[in-house]
Design a protein around this ligand. Structure first.
Ligand SMILES: N[C@@H](CCC(=O)N[C@@H](CS)C(=O)NCC(=O)O)C(=O)O
Length: 219
């Protein structure tokens, strides 16, 4: 049993929602509003679970509902779920291929998402008095720049999915980032391979059910 602290529009929570759905794992959804009251991720209650003040957090529960473990950092959660529930597999078996999937995951996780995160945007506006449209332009720029490299890479690695013909963790992180890209007004026709693999993955129920609009806290 799992409890997931999530926000409908959080791309890192979206990754974990897809993963839980794809593995057929049931979970209780606990909404944490990233904006209300300055952000519920900074409440004492939430910080006790995740001292970094970010979503998502996953609690693993025993049959009595007692917490066995609390994990944050979405990629650590994805890796845990892949190891604990290896079927259906979301990683290739050969070591160099596994590393290539992780390479794609890290492009999104380390080189794109952190620079367009809410706290960066807020800091730009509140501390450095950057106007909101400029802050939005900042996010758009970094996603586009990251996607330029990712598109070139996927042109080499993609088959039906981001890495060959097997669905992998790569697709699980790219789809939520593509959702963010569209939200920031990026023309996804500039990135045909990314667009195609996202379109393919989004046909799967686990991806469709994890979409922001389907979440209980979506307006
Ligand atoms: N590396 C972290 C990043 C987590 C993260 O940035 N979460 C965002 C939502 S996608 C967040 O909680 N932002 C809150 C804030 O910026 O104040 C992960 O993968 O879990």
């Amino acid at each position: 049993m799992f409890r997931l602290y999530s926000y409908f529009r959080s791309s890192c929570s979206y990754r974990v929602r897809i993963m839980l759905g794809y593995k057929g794992l049931e979970y209780t959804y606990i909404p944490v509003h990233l904006l209300e009251g300055g952000g519920q991720q900074y409440s004492d209650d939430y910080l006790a679970r995740n001292p970094v003040g970010e979503l998502p957090t996953l609690e693993i529960l025993d049959a009595q509902g007692e917490i066995l473990s609390t994990i944050s950092q979405s990629v650590a959660i994805l890796e845990y779920l892949e190891e604990a529930h290896p079927e259906p597999s979301l990683m290739p078996s050969a070591l160099p291929e596994r590393a290539r999937v992780r390479q794609i995951v890290e492009i999104v996780n380390s080189s794109i998402q952190p620079i367009q995160n809410l706290k960066v945007m807020k800091r730009l506006q509140e501390q450095f008095k950057v106007e909101r449209p400029v802050a939005l332009e900042w996010a758009k720029y970094w996603i586009e720049r990251g996607f330029q490299g990712l598109e070139k890479l996927l042109q080499k690695t993609a088959g039906a999915h981001a890495y060959g013909d097997q669905l992998s963790l790569a697709d699980i992180v790219i789809v939520p980032q593509e959702f963010n890209a569209r939200r920031f007004g990026i023309d996804m026709n500039l990135f045909p391979t990314i667009q195609r693999v996202c379109h393919t993955a989004n046909q799967l129920p686990a991806f469709a059910n994890a979409a922001p609009a389907q979440q209980p806290d979506a307006p």
